[in-house]
Design a protein around this ligand. Structure first.
Ligand code: COA
Ligand code: AMP
Length: 630
């Protein structure tokens, strides 16, 4: 029997008592004056008046309670063939030392630190070191190019940037330092200090006076016994900023606070994921994404678990058995990844032959998120691994699951294609465009009744005025998720797609509007459109269509290649933008709106209705011919 209904109803009946109870599992320097202040912030603030420190709760308190010898972090890197572990006591030592290095370089409470790093343990150490001294980190995913990084530098204005000489992608070393240098050149804001981790595969040239060597700084701090202690911060102070795609090229700086974030994440480990202190939890994601922040770094450490930082891929490092090796070698109890990773494995090893090579007897649950879990992939994983496979739905903005099947409270029946039921904290409703609730089973806008629970974004970094237009104004009293879907008679949610221009490529969230801005900047392009076309492996892939300026006579193939290169150069390889088509015209409504939805249907090969407002229906035939290679 699942306790889900009882627990959800307890939250519904008295939300403040529910979160006050959950807050007891956190160490507070000073308890909150009240659980929630509805008058503070944009929609209220959780735990005002409380003082706390997130790094203390992740590290020191476990050491204080005689758990310093428990493994906190495992670094498993098939691409460098390195495996290392840190106990809670050892990780605390690294973090306190690096925090002292940051402090020495002028980083104090409230200062920002941008972390642009591959999947190395130093990224985790840097994040926790910031938390320790009350600094605000902003991790930028390594697959983003200089321009994206520059935009984030200008917005976050970091006192220090922490980076590395390189990342390792299968078959190639990605030099990070030239990307960082180019970003600093592009940005108006110039940081005073960059701390660079020199990796053995690539020695980065250093800019005198600005660039410092990670290892040297840490060695000096260590030899002089420098350590930084935890700085008390308000529960409502920012812990980090994580930029995510908005509907333009200007990313949104999602702010996470300290107190509510700890309470919510800690609650999820036992109640949602069903994992106990001392067990191993593995999120195969990247620290540059929200899944990495929440479930590689913060939640497992808050809960006293062992977490794994995996620098590798599901396939090719070295084969489609990589995940099973990690699970068996590190006795993983629960794993979290994106469905696309399983589609990649299934493609290479359709019969799951490599699974049999490993002992997975301690593995209990597979969690999937980041994009819709297609029933075929879920069923394949269930059958081959013989464990429950749980789809759960969330966003960078929420930081933890809005809905899912809470195995910790007792698993509910699975419905394939559904991200299961709302979590305590989230009053989920489905509304039509006019803001009226739609009947069960009917598609609509998925919204969450305000206030959002602890852990969700209280605001956008130095842009609280963007909260209204982005999330709160359209449906009064609700947070707009910008996902569309329906709820069935049993209260199960089915997430069907975005209502804005965001697409999901291999579990990565990208804005087609941002890509259009890049295409439009090409000197020969008059107008353009980017759509997300269905892809069997990555879920969606961007496809661009451009109309050239009058008089341009260069070969279309040359321009198409330049456009592909331009997106890779401006946004980064993560955009996976590999297809651009030069077309004569774009299909539009009579009022001039480009019919992207119809173009997507054509690309996906699904039936479409001729839009009543279309200006010239023959253009759709032209688009069809281009997509069919005609
Ligand atoms: N630094 C530099 N480049 C990076 C990078 C990084 N940190 N991460 C990805 N890239 C590059 C890749 O090398 C690839 O480059 P290419 O076009 O030259 O091949 C490009 O960005 C696209 O990356 P990706 O979409 O991840 O494709 P992939 O083919 O490398 O791998 C999967 C596909 C499915 C194996 C991979 O996306 C995956 O494991 N995804 C699931 C886990 C996950 O990350 N989820 C995210 C949120 S939970
Ligand atoms: P991100 O902010 O990168 O985590 O991306 C959030 C978006 O990914 C959501 O708004 C959804 O569109 C999509 N998403 C995440 N998890 C799921 C899921 N389990 N099912 C369907 N879509 C999902």
């Amino acid at each position: 029997m699942s306790r889900y209904r009882e627990v959800y109803d307890a939250w519904l009946k008295d939300p403040l008592a529910f979160w006050a109870e959950a807050a007891k599992d956190i160490d507070w320097i000073k308890p909150a004056d009240r659980v929630f202040d509805p008058a503070a912030g944009v929609y209220g603030r959780w735990f005002p008046g409380a003082l706390c420190n997130t790094a203390w709760n992740c590290l020191d308190r476990h050491v204080e309670r005689s758990r310093g010898g428990v493994t906190a972090l495992v670094y498993d890197s098939p691409v460098t063939k390195v495996r290392r572990t840190w106990s809670y006591a050892a990780l605390l030592d690294e973090v306190a030392t690096f925090a002292a290095v940051l402090a020495q370089h002028g980083v104090g409470k409230g200062d920002r630190v941008v972390i642009y790093m591959p999947m190395v343990p130093e990224a985790v150490i840097a994040m926790l070191a910031c938390a320790r001294i009350g600094a605000v980190h902003s991790v930028v995913f390594g697959g983003f190019a200089s321009k994206e990084l520059a935009t984030r530098l200008d917005d976050a204005k970091p006192k220090v940037i922490v980076s590395a000489s390189c990342g390792i992608e299968p078959g190639r070393v990605v030099k990070y330092k030239p990307l960082l240098d180019a970003a600093i050149d592009l940005a108006s804001f110039k940081p005073e200090t960059c701390i660079i981790l020199q990796r053995p595969m690539e020695q980065a040239p250093m800019t005198p006076g600005r660039d410092m060597d990670w290892e040297t700084l840490v060695a000096v701090a260590r030899s002089t016994g420098k350590r930084a202690e935890c700085v008390p911060v308000s529960a409502t102070d920012p812990l980090y900023i994580l930029y995510t795609s908005g509907s333009t090229g200007q990313p949104k700086g999602v702010v996470r606070d300290n107190g509510g974030h700890m309470v919510a994440l800690n609650w999820t480990m036992r109640n949602f994921y069903g994992v106990e202190p001392g067990e191993t939890f593995w999120a195969a994601s990247d620290v540059g994404w929200v899944v990495g922040h929440s479930y590689i770094v913060y939640a497992p450490l808050l809960a006293g678990c062992t977490t794994i930082l995996y620098e590798g891929k599901p396939v090719g490092t070295p084969d489609a058995g990589a995940f099973w090796r990690v699970i068996s070698e590190h006795t993983v109890a629960a794993m979290f990844t994106a469905p696309t990773a399983f589609r990649a494995i299934k493609k290479e090893d359709p019969n799951g032959a490599l699974i049999g090579k490993y002992d997975l007897s301690k593995f209990r649950t597979l969690f999937l998120a980041g994009e819709r879990s297609d029933p075929d992939t879920v069923k394949w994983a269930e059958e081959k691994l013989n464990v429950p496979v749980v789809d759960h739905w969330w966003q960078t903005e929420t930081g933890w699951a809005i809905s899912g099947n809470p195995v910790g409270l007792g698993k509910l029946p699975v419905k394939y294609g559904s991200a299961a039921v709302p979590m305590p904290g989230y009053g989920v409703e489905i509304l039509d465009d006019g803001g009226h609730e739609v009947p069960r089973g009917h598609l609509g806008n998925i919204v969450v009744r305000l206030p959002l629970p602890p852990g969700c974004l209280p605001t956008l970094w130095q842009a609280s005025e963007r909260m209204g237009p982005s999330y709160l104004d359209e449906f009064h009293g609700y947070y707009k998720t910008a996902d569309a879907g329906y709820m069935d008679e049993d209260g199960y949610l089915f997430i069907m797609g975005r209502t804005d221009d965001i697409i999901n490529v291999a579990g990565h969230r990208l804005s087609t509007g941002g890509m259009e801005e890049v295409l439009a900047s090409h000197k020969d392009v008059a107008e353009c459109a980017v759509i997300g076309a269905a892809d069997a492996l990555k879920g969606e892939l961007p496809v661009g269509f451009v109309v050239l300026k009058a008089g341009v006579s260069r070969p279309a193939a040359d321009i198409e290649k330049e456009l592909v290169d331009l997106v890779r150069d401006r946004i980064g390889p993560v955009a996976a933008f590999k297809t651009a088509h030069v077309v004569a015209r774009l299909p539009k409504t009579r009022s001039g709106k480009i019919l992207r939805g119809t173009m997507k249907k054509i690309a996906d090969g699904v039936d479409y209705k001729m839009p009543a407002t279309i200006d010239d229906p023959t253009i759709l035939e032209e688009i069809t011919a281009v997509l069919r290679g005609g």
